[in-house]
Ligand binder design. Sequence first.
Ligand SMILES: *Cc1c(COP(=O)(O)O)cnc(C)c1O
Length: 426
Amino acid sequence: MSNANEVAFQKAKKVIPGGVNSPVRAFGSVGGTPRTIDRGAGSKIYDVTGKEFIDYVGSWGPLILGHAHPDIVRVVQQTAERGLSFGAPTEKEIELAEMITRLVPSMEQIRLVSSGTEATMSAIRLARGFTGKPKIIKFEGCYHGHSDSLLVKAGSGALTFGQPSSAGVPSELTSHTIVLDYNNVEMLNRAFSEAGDEIAGVIIEPIAGNMNLVKASPDFVSALRNLCDRYGALLIYDEVMTGFRVGISGAQGIQGVTPDITTLGKVIGGGMPMGAFGARREIMDRLAPIGPVYQAGTLSGNPVSVAAGIRTLQLIQEPEFFDDLTKVTRRLVDGMTEMAKKHSVDFCADSVGGMFGMYFSRSIPESFSDVMASDRERFNKFFHLMLDRGVYLAPSAFEAGFVSSAHSEADIAATLDAADETFAKL
Ligand SMILES: *Cc1c(COP(=O)(O)O)cnc(C)c1O
């Protein structure tokens, strides 16, 4: 099978470690050769052989409007013509900050960065700087980017390669990170009663998308808020994936929770590199240049990314946007569940807004160990059979999937037809 994908991947492996610039792209857990992508349009991507796929990865979340949305492409081109970066303030940054702080009221101020990793890394430093405490709680299976102190039992890319932690991270750097089970209220209570005075913050994916899709239970969410309040720790909602993806005010809007710090990324850059973190003013005042917590970035608030972000946020605020996206995503998830049932395959699926999970298990997982108990061999077979039929799902059983506003009824119907054939073969 020496097609153009094979040729490209062999060439890539000579000059790029593993042939990829981010690990999960390598098909490491599902096997086979990654498709090298030539272009995208709307709900579709095309590989270098010209094969078309209905894309449910959407660049791992950012592309809520689909590929190469004409408005986004136009605004990127127009902005680029006026200069790519200045390293000085621009008016558009204010517009984006005003828009985000209005849509997500827990963020009174935000600072822009260039990736989700930078956002969470900075949020952790800010929580420690604000509270003067050293320890951070995170949950197994949640991924918060690849900064050292957060690379502990980190989900997806890390899970897929069987390296829950990473080489190159001295244990001193993770010794202040406490890892607990997701949705386990009792364990959380115990951690606070043992180390509460030392805990600067708790970071969580409020709807986890890096161990497939797992929702935080209402009990767990209220325990988090109460314990953080009681012990003076900051609750950090990592909404890099869920922000402007599950709803216009993120997971916090759906759950009715006011976190202390929120991190954003993915959708807010409209497909361009961007992240952000924000909090109430009292917390953000601790940041340089007015406060003692240092944080900076040469390309932070990049004008082209900001322009793409503003246009994206404008479009997703249109009436019915999230209702429609939610409905289409639900149709996919319900249809998949029906197809599996028709062929007597143990399978279930769930969705929130434009984000979904598909699990080869009898019930919807509530924790990392539930996710680990799903049938990964079966997922891998399913993944390849769907790919052959032109449906591009995330190449890992530990990843959420994404539907964009460009996905049509016809796309969903074609996906379900592919699933009908696929489940029959499992
Ligand atoms: C993707 C992701 C990150 C990291 O963002 P990058 O832009 O890849 O650095 C952090 N947290 C969550 C929840 C994510 O999904």
